[in-house]
Design a protein around this ligand. Sequence first.
Ligand SMILES: [Zn+2]
Ligand SMILES: [Zn+2]
Length: 464
Amino acid sequence: MKKYSKQLLALVICTLVLLALLPTMAYAAEGDVCEINGVGYSTLNEALEIVQDKDTIKLLANIDHDYIFINGISVTFDLDGQYTLNVGGLSATYALVVADHGEVKLLNEIIGKAELNVTASYAVYTYSDSGYVALSNATCNNGNGVGVLALGGHVKVSGNVTSLVSGYEGVYATEGAVVEVGGNVGIAGSFTYGIFVEDGANVKIYGSVAGLFYGIYSAGSANKTLEVLGDVRGGIYGVWVRDASSMITIQGILIGSESGYIRIQDIVLMQFEHEIISTKTGYLEYTDGVNFIWVKSIDPCAGGHDFSVLLEHVNATCEVDGYEIHKCSRCAETVLTTISAIGHDWNSGYVIIEPTPWSEGIMEFTCNNCQETYTVILPKLSVNSISADAFVEKLNGNKNNLIISVTELVNNEESYGQTAVTYTALFSINNNAAGIYQVGPYNVYVNTKGNTQIREIYIVDFPC
Ligand SMILES: [Zn+2]
Ligand SMILES: [Zn+2]
């Protein structure tokens, strides 16, 4: 008996030692992936089944888990600065769901090293009565889902909200939900709406936001506040505010499309159509009096305008300048460019009235472009020399033919040479006749002898 008792005592002691060592052994136990209050668990599921309000689940390894539902309790995940908890998966509809004042807190999170990442069609889903939910990255990975679906509560994403497929919204926040995203929303993926805010939502994005259709979409009548520290880009509108009333502040650049920059209810505004006076210093204001969108007033043309939009073109004529008006593609600035008159293209001219030694001529020039004409006076031809010559043709009887010619040598204006002009006339004369005969414009004295010889010939005068 004694011996047995000793054995029993030994067993009890041994058990006590074992019990004393148990937490340490659990901590060190191989195959445990997490612990709560020093008790190790080989799967996260086991830990989640017994976790109590305000417990901390400390990771002992990287964990892949399909679904976490936190209902009515506050749970802290301690990532120990080195472990990552991936929740969700390829075909998951929901990854992290929080309801009934439930909370998810993170300890020792290091982005890029120790993260809580959720991936599903609806990666994060908070009920209207949920509390504070912290995570690292939310990814929508199948079928028209949402990165962060916040129907309430306060969701803080340290990293990015991304879509791997065509998702509806990067962040959807309503019913007073507060959502903060430390990184970007929808930059690396294709959400239809980058941010969709409804009644009472308050969203702050520290990175940039992009949506296939709209960077930011706001609906519902209760006040909504949204601030983006980075850029916002929308494939149709950068921002579309459908109802009242939204206060949206964009610290970076807002990028819309040719369809519009901002749409407020049914008014579509281009980038330059901001209020002349802003109620927020340093921001361009777009408003309908109920909704306000403030975009940091970075001059899109600080580096120069882009005058690539042709508004008007008027051709230059020969005498009148033409012009073009171009508008900047980024602002309302226009520039007028003069197109110099092309000038007449005169042909080499035609003489329409020939000049003579006694009368001026007229030369006409015509423009090959516009058919306009002008004329110049051609001066009278100057006569360099005049000479007269005659001979007698002997006929039967006492009648003879007298043929007189007068030759002018005149300066030719066109050829700059001399032209010989000859006038010839025939007269019937008696033998050895003398007389004055008109030959062309000249009167010529001719005296003949010996029937056919010319005794004397000279020009008497000019007729005009
Ligand atoms: Zn410009
Ligand atoms: Zn012309």
